[in-house]
Write a protein of this length. Structure first.
Length: 397
């Protein structure tokens, strides 16, 4: 199975998960106050060690790196933009380009400035204007960037917004990470369309700013859940999938690309999404082992968006067994290749994650192609990094 010579092969990270000491963000505050959340702390010191991380990816044979700009660092107080922080992210872009890595830059990856959250967050009257002001500042450092993701997983972000509102109202006793399933995690709230529509409005505003001030392709990334119906529940699937996914895919129809982020698949019965049953094959996040989910997600995204180019911006597995990571990724890429053979326009594959990192309230899941000693921050490339680099160099499985 071969891939185009122009195909992007890379790995992805998020600023809060790797940088450390993101003290002006709402997530940092939640980690100090909310029972059930571990603290990010120094994370894996990615803020200072990004040159080494990028070099390891490039030397392995990868040609792309997805990383984020942290809004809370760039605008720590309303209307005050940190030139030093903007210069830092510009250095990251320059480092990637110098190493032959195509930078894929994400403008918002779950975290907000603390002041933004305290003023009502995404549902505040001035939320779109505030986000647009931040995006305008960031476009000044994006020269040479060909891919920009405005908002990461807005459908998951909508769940986080709903969880935060419930916590503020005193409706939850313990807020565990929403990205890990298990018996101790409370059910995630069902999210109506109003939050998603507000995020789509923010995305469209950012999209126009990026297009006006840069030459980058612009889109957003969606958590694609590869939902499938149980017998007789096709109508319920459509209902559930619209609120969880299709609303956000439809909002991408005017974009230059859509980011597909896929990890597992779940069935939908008459009551809704069926939780992953306990199984020794489940991943560290409680997900079913479903490498075929990537093919399902890509095909569904292609259909709903009307055929805009696809960039796989996240796909991976939380496991301590690196041979299982290689097996999962190999099978996922086979399904991706089959979808491409059927005419779906896929421009690249970015593995989640480049590094073992902070998983939104927990340090237990390990997604990385590179392990990290959290005491010394020493990087330890895993065999999966070399394997994926070999696939990238040769353009085939």
């Amino acid at each position: 199975m071969t891939f185009p010579a122009t195909f992007l092969w890379g790995a992805a990270t998020a600023p809060h998960q790797i940088e450390g000491n993101n003290t002006d963000s709402d997530w940092w505050l939640s980690e100090q106050l909310v029972p059930g959340l571990e603290r990010s702390g120094d994370a894996v010191d990615g803020y200072h060690r990004y040159p080494e991380d990028m070099r390891l990816l490039a030397e392995a044979g990868l040609n792309a790196y997805r990383f984020g700009v942290e809004w809370a660092r760039v605008e720590p107080t309303p209307g005050h933009f940190s030139r030093a922080s903007l210069a830092h992210y510009r250095r990251m872009i320059d480092t990637a380009l110098a190493l032959g890595l195509t930078p894929v830059v994400t403008l918002h990856h779950f975290t907000n400035p603390r002041w933004f959250a305290e003023r009502g967050g995404w549902m505040a009257d001035d939320a779109i204007d505030r986000f647009a002001g931040y995006v305008r500042e960031v476009t000044a450092i994006l020269d040479g960037v060909e891919w920009v993701c405005t908002i990461n997983e807005p459908n998951m972000l909508a769940v986080m917004v709903a969880m935060s509102r419930a916590a503020q109202a005193g409706d939850v006793e313990k807020w565990t990470t929403p990205t890990i399933e298990g018996e101790t995690r409370p059910p995630l709230p069902e999210v109506g369309p109003e939050i998603g529509r507000r995020l789509a409005e923010a995305h469209h505003a950012a999209r126009e700013i990026v297009r006006k001030h840069t030459g980058a392709a612009v889109g957003w990334t969606v958590a694609n859940q590869a939902l499938t119906p149980t017998p007789g529940n096709e109508a319920k699937l459509r209902e559930v999938r619209y609120l969880r996914e299709d609303l956000y895919l439809e909002a991408a129809r005017g974009d230059d690309f859509i980011g597909v982020q896929s990890y597992t698949s779940q069935p939908v019965d008459e009551n809704g999404v069926v939780p992953h049953p306990p199984s020794p094959d489940n991943t560290q996040t409680g997900f079913a082992y479903r490498p075929d989910a990537l093919g399902i997600a890509v095909r569904h995204t292609w259909e709903v968006t009307g055929g805009i180019p696809i960039l796989v911006t996240e796909n991976g597995i939380a496991t301590a067994d690196d041979s299982r990571r290689i097996a999962y990724t190999s099978e996922a890429l086979r399904h991706l290749s089959q979808a491409m053979d059927d005419g779906i326009d896929v421009r690249g594959y970015l593995h989640w994650s480049a590094l073992d990192n902070f998983e939104w309230g927990s340090w237990e899941p390990t997604f990385g192609l590179i392990g990290v000693d959290r005491e010394t921050f020493e990087r330890h490339p895993k065999p999966s990094l070399s394997w994926l680099g070999h696939v990238a160099r040769h353009g085939r499985l």
